[in-house]
Design a protein around this ligand. Sequence first.
Ligand code: HEC
Length: 130
Amino acid sequence: MFRLSGKVLSAMALLSALSISAVYGQQLTVKDGVFTQSQAETGRVVYDTHCGTCHDMKFYADIWEYWQDKPLLDFWFAIVAEMPAENPGSLLDSEYTDIVAYILSERGYPAGESILDRYNGLDNINIVAP
Ligand code: HEC
């Protein structure tokens, strides 16, 4: 009886995992070309204006270990919620998204065809080692 219900439970867990991947599509990583070159270039300008005085690119090399295997949405949101330090949340959502594209590009991940979209799929892209 106990063993049976265990099986039922794992069947249910499998089912819900299957339906989640059916809804959200394939899990991506930052290696899959998830931003465009043009986003990274726009991001560089925004970054130089609003972030560059406090963080050079080495800063991200140092914190990157912490972000491994976390969704890109979490990284995006941490920046929106806390940065720029003197005025958090003051940039446009699209500017934050372009900044993330720029940081990814500088970390060595490839640009691609798909536009990084704050409102679509950011939680479905995992940060992995370059
Ligand atoms: C006035 C200085 C200043 C500016 C401007 C600034 N930051 Fe920061 N930032 C900090 C400080 C201070 C911390 C917290 C201490 C640390 O982690 O070094 C921090 C932390 C961070 C973190 C780590 C957050 C975490 O939860 O791990 C990221 C990522 C970051 N900043 C990105 C940015 C980006 C992107 C911008 C531009 C939109 C920006 N910062 C602008 C000072 C600044």
